[in-house]
Design a protein around this ligand. Sequence first.
Ligand code: NAP
Length: 357
Amino acid sequence: MSMTLPATETVRWGIVGPGSIAHRFADQLLHSRTGRLTAVASRSAERARAFAGEYADAAIANATIADAATAGIRTYGSYAELFADPEVDAVYIATVHTEHVRNAIDAAHAGKHIVCEKPLAVNQAGVYAVIDAARAAGVYLAEGYMYRFHPQTATLVGLVRDGAIGELQHVDASFTYAAQLPAEHRLMNPALAGGGILDVGGYPVSAARLLAGAAVGEPFADPVSFAGRGTVGATGVDEWASASLAFRSGITVHVTCGTTVDIGSRIVLYGSAGRITVADPWLPSPTDGSRIGIARVGGADTSIEVAAAYQYALQADALAENMAAGQSPRMSWADSVGNARVLDQWRRAIGLHYPSE
Ligand SMILES: NC(=O)c1ccc[n+]([C@@H]2O[C@H](COP(=O)([O-])OP(=O)(O)OC[C@H]3O[C@@H](n4cnc5c(N)ncnc54)[C@H](OP(=O)(O)O)[C@@H]3O)[C@@H](O)[C@H]2O)c1
């Protein structure tokens, strides 16, 4: 069974799978109010040591006097060893998509609180399996949609709830980029559940569900209809895709994702009394403020400034604050289930099935 720490106590984090995003998490954990990096596990002890080496000085500098003696980052050549470490309270699972379910269930069985990178699982069945394990173990679990923890997202939700553009009618949301990657790269590889829908499609879908929910006073809403299209390339995974969603309230949504075509990454909300534009919804700068644009019908264009924030650090702090509840209202279990359902529908619509399923 897991322990429950008061939010004021330090949460000792272990990183599982020290790849690209694990660096960003570790960088921002230095700005967390509650967390510090305690351990790193890789399938290779050497990779774990190299990663820990990058953060060792900061770990010691950030240690309180009480924990200075143990401030060094422990390294493990297997994930199982980190899960067995009693001095790790929480884990950040940053492995490839196809490993998330196994890693998260192992972590839950070991009594660790969990932030698991998105997608929590390749499909909805996997999401249920992880949630069941977290519930049974009494641990915190959140899917790593970090933008949900940024104040920009909270501001946007507040604007919709307060009717800043009247009744929300339509949302257009996208996350795309053009990358030229080798066929074996995780993003291009069906064996690692590659493709844009699971890599970036989940962002616009989750934001649309969040905003459609905000419009009716709910934490999120699930669509009542869905139609998706997309292009599966020679890689065997989707390279770009779009979808139309409709909600019971009448709100319609268009979402786009892509890994080989850059058509922007933004959210535009259209309401009966105006339009809201978020130019950088997913990865606003952690050091410069961002702006949400508001154009009201018949009025002048205005914007709201949102203070800069380290969203991965806030995501870590949310674990400390919500350990007892097991989930954060910003990224709840039911929300992850609903998101996975839409991503399943999207892949089904374009005939994309992974070998691991
Ligand atoms: N929230 C965000 O902003 C964000 C951004 C980017 C990515 N992500 C998510 O984070 C996850 C990792 O993405 P990434 O870009 O960091 O990937 P990456 O650089 O390839 O790192 C993934 C790590 O997974 C581990 N791994 C475990 N089993 C593996 C396998 N069978 N094949 C390959 N690697 C395996 C590897 O670590 P060891 O072998 O050293 O153990 C590897 O370093 C993805 O699920 C992605 O969706 C989130």
